[in-house]
Design a protein around this ligand. Structure first.
Ligand SMILES: [Zn+2]
Length: 129
């Protein structure tokens, strides 16, 4: 049986979430700013054909990273929302308290270990259909 989070633990985790949120937002802003500059430089890039394929693959990696950041930001937003609602640290599947140790590693976790594993298996089964 896991204990509910203490107010202190919750405050600590909220701080971690807020810090990560800020970092991800800043990185996303920097990337979006870079895109705007890239737009301005587009004419130059289009004239410069030699290393275009290399640039395209760099851009793909960037986009993938940005998508991961966006997904993570959404997870963190959702976790902060649950803190505000008072449902943070409670498994959305079975209602059990998520251990503080797990939240220290994954503060955005929505599910307890057992339910996460269950969902993981479900995803794999769906993927192999
Ligand atoms: Zn659960």
């Amino acid at each position: 049986m896991n204990l509910p989070l203490t107010a202190e633990q919750r405050q600590h985790l909220e701080l971690i979430l807020r810090q990560e949120h800020e970092e991800l937002s800043a990185r996303r802003q920097a990337y979006l700013g870079g895109l705007t500059r890239a737009e301005h430089a587009r004419e130059v890039l289009l004239q410069d054909g030699d290393d275009a394929p290399q640039r395209a693959s760099d851009r793909e990696i960037d986009l993938q990273r940005v998508e991961e950041d966006v997904a993570r930001l959404a997870d963190i937003d959702a976790a902060l929302q649950r803190i505000a609602e008072g449902t943070y640290g409670i498994c959305r599947e079975c209602g059990a308290d998520i251990p503080a140790r797990r939240l220290e590693v994954a503060p955005q976790a929505r599910y307890c270990v057992a339910c996460e594993a269950q969902r993981e298996r479900g995803r794999k089964a769906a993927a192999s259909l």
